[in-house]
Design a protein. Sequence first.
Length: 164
Amino acid sequence: MSKERSHAFHLDAQDLSERSREHLETALSASVETDAELALELLVVDEEEIRSLNARTRAIDRVTDVLSFPSMELTAGEPVRSEGRDDELDEEGRLFLGSVVICEKRAREQAEEYGHSYERELNYLAVHGAMHCLGYDHETEEQKRAMRAKEEEILNKMNLGREE
């Protein structure tokens, strides 16, 4: 029987403050059932870099707010298990979920547009990207509702709910 870990998420997120990174790791850890330590890379880039990534990976030549690059196929809401995934382990022995890339300028613009802090928007985009790496999507209304509910649950754990 595998033991569930209380702090499963580890973010490689040099662009977040230590406080924000720790809050995000704690909130994500509390929201995912897993038997493994999980790793996620988070990068904050400029408009040119995200436009280039979007063009190369999605054939959409425009700036976007966030891109996710899952390293494995997972099912939304299902436990993340390490069995049979030895080839997905990073150098620290953590299960690597993928990378999330956020456009700083778009995050700042959206924070102003939506009337909340840059910190809230940056964390929302990080959570949104992490949800994609955990198998969530928003192609259908049902998927969108489930994903948004999970995002808000995590942001509320960080005290970054919609009113922030």
